[in-house]
Design a protein around this ligand. Structure first.
Ligand code: ATP
Ligand code: MG
Length: 243
């Protein structure tokens, strides 16, 4: 079982966007992938080109109905979090909730800290998106209060919405690189096509095939594969040089 959790102490930083895009990129690279939306907003599906009126199957304690979009099995996990049994199940060493043969990506809302903490003990990788703005960088000490960010074993960071034409963005990038070292998994540039694709209910590869975010997400996917030991070292080495 491979579990990747997306959570940031700050909202609006791209957790849902990155969950969806990484899920689709990993699926494109031949992995069996499930993405679970644990947020009340139910917006993960929109990044797959689904409409707000379309329903995603709810997560259950046993394998149930699922739908596959963009090569990814999609589930909604929010309802199950309101069941008291769910938190108890998460206390077990092996909650048996996630398919052992798949990579499962979990989108957790910034406010759901207790859920994040319980899931963290089961996950292989926690990805914390950051934005190159003071409001996001100021929340770094809140990722795991009391532990310096570069020392968090399971946590890696992605700097999202980078804009090299802006001085603050460039300086934030250098600062974050220095502070986080290898814990910075990658960067994703800002491209308005992300929001336009959402508005058109189309996935990015269809709406904006030449978007720069596709290049960045491809590199990020290599970095995630390397971090999880899913690719041979030489493949991964070549990918990491490009970040
Ligand atoms: N690289 C990018 N370029 C342009 N827009 C982006 C990029 N990444 C995310 N966005 C946009 O930023 C907004 C916030 O992204 P998203 O909803 O993924 O953040 P979130 O952390 O999940 O927020 P929330 O706290 O509301 O769950 C969305 O409108 C999304 O389309
Ligand atoms: Mg979100």
């Amino acid at each position: 079982m491979m579990l990747i959790l997306f959570h940031s102490p700050k909202g609006g930083v791209g957790s849902t966007f990155l969950t969806a895009q990484l899920a689709m990129h990993l699926a494109e690279r031949g992995h069996q992938v499930t993405a679970i939306d644990f947020t009340y907003q139910d917006s993960l599906k929109l990044h797959f080109g689904m409409l707000p009126s379309q329903t995603v199957a709810g997560m259950t304690y046993a394998p149930g109905d699922t739908m596959v979009v963009g090569g990814v099995e999609l589930l909604n996990g929010h309802a199950i979090t309101e069941d008291r049994r769910f938190l108890d199940v998460l206390e077990q060493d092996d909650p048996g909730l996630f398919d052992p043969h798949r990579i499962t990506l979990l989108d957790i809302a910034s406010g759901s800290r207790a859920l994040k903490t319980r899931l963290l003990s089961h996950c292989d990788l926690h990805i914390c998106p950051l934005l190159p703005f003071a409001g996001s960088l100021a929340t770094l000490p809140l990722v795991e209060p009391g532990t310096p960010v570069a020392q968090l074993e399971k946590t890696a960071f992605v700097l999202n919405q980078l804009d090299d034409t802006r001085r603050l963005s460039r300086h934030s990038h250098s600062f974050i690189r220095e502070l986080l070292g290898d814990s910075l998994l990658g960067t994703v540039r800002r491209d308005e096509a992300v929001n336009e694709a959402l508005a058109m209910f189309e996935p990015i590869p269809k709406f904006a095939p030449s978007s720069v975010v596709r290049i960045d997400l491809d590199r990020l996917t290599h970095a995630v594969e390397r971090r999880l030991g899913l690719v041979a070292d030489e493949d991964a080495g070549a990918a990491s040089l490009q970040i």
